[in-house]
Design a protein. Structure first.
Length: 254
């Protein structure tokens, strides 16, 4: 799954990486959307590049909603347990789910991030509970990552998106060892193909299956502040590597 991401690059840098322009009015051009830990459960507004405006950087809310809903009513909408936050969409259901099947053809997007966080269950009990350690995944060369998503435009003319996931590849199965899922990550050279308007189901499926090779990623354990209910984990050092003395596990082996 993917419920926490990091995006610390300023808009100007993202524009250069993606060769896009912000799709905002002049009065809003100073907007920056920077997060060291963007928790999806807070439904943050993040940058995305939508298929319908593939040359634009658009602010959108993380948490997909049906087009008949108003994005301003998101708190009431996501109180329903059936929506489960709308943060992730299983790529296996992309062509069949009542909400996703209207987005896969014309409303695919990418979400540029520095990296993302996933939990690892050490299978060790500490004070009677499973000791879980958050890991930070990022590109080994520190380039941005481009998460694959789909989006909607709501009844109040706002954007919402969700991140596509797929079954875990070996590295993810070892670290994200409870859910055993991973986000779909589009290599930079495939961004144009992902946002292309003429894609068939087979084209989309191939891009999902043949996404970024996990050998281009690195991962390390980070502070448990990430999931704390009492600490604001949106601070610059949250993605720094942390050593854990509570468990005798060589995290470098990951």
């Amino acid at each position: 799954m993917c419920y926490n991401t990091k995006q610390s690059r300023k808009k100007l840098e993202l524009k250069k990486w993606l060769n896009v322009e912000p799709a905002l009015k002049d009065s809003q051009t100073e907007l920056e959307l920077i997060y060291f830990n963007a928790s999806g459960w807070n439904h943050p507004i993040m940058w995305m590049v939508p298929q319908e405006h593939a040359n634009s950087l658009v602010p959108a809310m993380w948490g997909i909603m049906p087009s008949k809903q108003k994005q301003t009513d998101y708190k009431a909408y996501f109180k329903n347990p059936k929506t489960f936050g709308g943060l992730n969409a299983q790529s296996e259901k992309l062509f069949d789910h009542f909400l996703y099947r209207y987005s896969w053809e014309h409303r695919r997007c990418i979400i540029p991030v520095d990296g993302f966080y996933e939990p690892h269950n050490t299978k060790v009990k500490v004070k009677g509970r499973d000791f879980k350690v958050p890991f930070y995944f990022h590109k080994s060369d520190s380039d941005p990552l481009y998460l694959a998503g789909i989006y909607t435009q709501t009844a109040d003319d706002r954007w919402t998106f969700t991140i596509l996931t797929k079954p875990a590849t070996p590295m993810f199965a070892k670290i994200h060892n409870d859910k055993k899922r991973r986000p779909v990550i589009i290599p930079q050279e495939n961004i144009d193909s992902w946002l292309h308007n003429g894609n068939t189901r087979a084209d989309v499926q191939e891009l999902v299956e043949d996404d970024l090779w996990e050998g281009e990623l690195s991962a390390h354990p980070v502070s448990k502040d990430l999931y704390s209910r009492t600490v604001n984990s949106n601070y610059p050092g949250i993605s720094d590597k942390v050593a854990y003395t509570e468990v005798s596990i060589d995290f470098n082996s990951f």
